[in-house]
Design a protein around this ligand. Structure first.
Ligand code: SAH
Length: 460
């Protein structure tokens, strides 16, 4: 796009105008254009004729707010919860669920299309779930203060102001109530909220995690300090107020950071873990451990990935970014031997416990960075013929990719929560002689723009 001077932008802040929405951004915002200059507007869909108010202009794009809609897209459905648009939890809620699934498939397709080598991959329809079924098993809720009272909610998109929210819509039953109960207890006990700007105050986040199958609840209080004044009474009240509670944890995070959890946990009451199940096996989950936030869809995701891998008794498998071993143990049931690597040591402790708990042999877990441990394994003569990867949003480390190429496994099963980094990494594997026919998006986060995608790459 040609560079413009700000003074020559085709629209100005606070201007009102009428336009037709042409496209959707990757975040699910409607895109309208004036002289080719894109304007992003939440809660609008392609084809809709709308009146908007310009909120903010930048050199190459602007944000607008919907004032009035003159026509409705056939893909539109009534809003479920206005807050979800402002906080970013339900940015796609105005789209029918079918349209959401098609949007996600299209997002993956467009992302892959930026890499010429990947254009042959057929992106399959998104694997969805029952529309509007609450799914989140984990809530990390910031705590603030208003008129001297504690408030809980979500940050307004692009800001650090908390919008008070009591009905989060997407969380498993009882979780919203647990958040409110804990907040009210802390409020009654006079615990001050953490103030991010001043790096002062105490309670930063209330985290609630719940086992979809077990109903077990873990509550984590994240504080900017080491002591909770009135601790005994707070503990007693929380244990009485939260049904299903099995673990109450104090997490100390005194750093000036937006990373939610600090390094130190103290168990205030109960167990150092809670439990959930995946495909019939039970997992212990500790405060620092990753666990897919949508238990039911995680089962489908893993099943699809395992089907793609088509493992047999002779296979030796590497499972990188393995967390608490949820994929690893399912691989172990089919393959000869599986090696799991994960950077969070506590998650590896859990993974070992989980293997024992479910009576599974033939697994070997190592705590460390995948991009380092893989070279130790190569040194030790370990030669996996199948590699699973499930990295965080930033994707695979370049060193890790080089090591896998050196190992030359027959198959690489790549699970990703970010198609952009997945496409970048897959392009490198393609250059090294791998190919893939299909990609399977899975909807792990209904109502949000996030998309998970699994691809099986084969060496040719
Ligand atoms: N496969 C697991 C976890 C996936 S999430 C599951 O499905 O539950 C990604 C995991 O990668 C997280 O547990 C995170 O702690 C871990 N991780 C992040 N960077 C890593 C690295 N460099 N090496 C190994 N693991 C890493």
């Amino acid at each position: 796009m040609a560079k413009r001077k700000t003074s020559h932008l085709p629209v100005a802040k606070n201007q009102r105008l009428r336009l037709t929405i042409q496209d959707l951004s990757y975040q699910g915002m409607g895109v309208g254009k004036v002289e080719g200059y894109p304007i992003f507007i939440a809660n609008t869909l392609p084809g809709e004729d709308v009146c908007i108010h310009i909120l903010k202009t930048k050199k190459n794009y602007a944000y607008g707010k919907l004032v009035e809609r003159y026509t409705d897209s056939p893909d539109r459905q009534p809003l479920i919860n206005e807050n979800g648009l402002r906080t970013g939890t339900l940015p796609l809620q105005h789209m029918t669920y079918e349209a959401q699934l098609a949007f996600k498939q299209d997002q993956v397709q467009r992302t892959y299309a930026k890499h010429p080598q990947l254009r042959g991959i057929q992106v399959l329809p998104t694997f969805g779930m029952a529309p509007l079924e609450p799914y989140r098993n984990k809530a990390q809720i910031p705590v603030g203060e208003k008129d001297g009272q504690l408030i809980t909610g979500f940050y307004r998109q692009g800001s650090h102001d908390i919008i008070p929210v009591e009905d989060f819509v997407i969380q498993l039953s009882g979780m919203d109530e647990a958040i409110l109960a804990v907040r009210n207890i802390l409020n009654a006990m006079g615990v001050p909220a953490y103030q991010e700007r001043l790096h002062r105050g105490l309670i930063r986040h209330i985290i609630v995690r719940k086992g979809y199958y077990t109903g077990e609840v873990m509550v984590i209080l994240v504080i900017n300090g080491h002591e909770l004044p009135g601790e005994d009474q707070i503990v007693e009240r929380i244990t009485q107020a939260v049904p299903g509670l099995v673990s109450l944890v104090l997490n100390q995070n005194t750093r000036d950071t937006n990373v939610i959890l600090g390094p130190d946990n103290r168990i205030l009451w109960g167990l150092p873990y809670y439990r959930d199940q995946i495909l019939g096996q039970t997992y212990h989950i500790s405060p620092q451990s990753f666990f897919q936030v949508n238990t039911r869809q995680a089962e489908h995701l893993y099943t699809l990935a395992l089907e793609m891998a088509d493992l047999g008794e002779a296979d030796v498998v590497l499972d990188a970014y393995c967390g608490i071993g949820t994929i690893t143990l399912n691989i172990a049931k089919k393959a000869r031997q599986v090696y799991g690597v994960e950077v969070v040591p506590e998650a590896i402790d859990m993974a070992r416990v989980n293997a024992r708990l479910n009576g599974i042999d033939g697994v070997d877990f190592v705590a460390g960075k995948a991009e380092e441990v893989i070279y130790d394994w190569i040194q030790a003569g370990i030669r996996p013929n199948v590699v699973f990867v499930d990295p965080p949003r930033k994707g695979l480390a370049e060193d890790f990719i080089q090591a896998v190429i050196q190992l030359a496994p027959e198959k690489i099963v790549y699970i990703s929560c970010n198609p952009a980094s997945q496409a970048r990494d897959m392009a490198l594997f393609f250059q090294a002689g791998y190919q893939a026919n299909t990609a399977q998006p899975v909807d792990m986060f209904p109502g949000s723009h996030h998309v998970e995608c699994v691809v099986s790459l084969t060496r040719v």
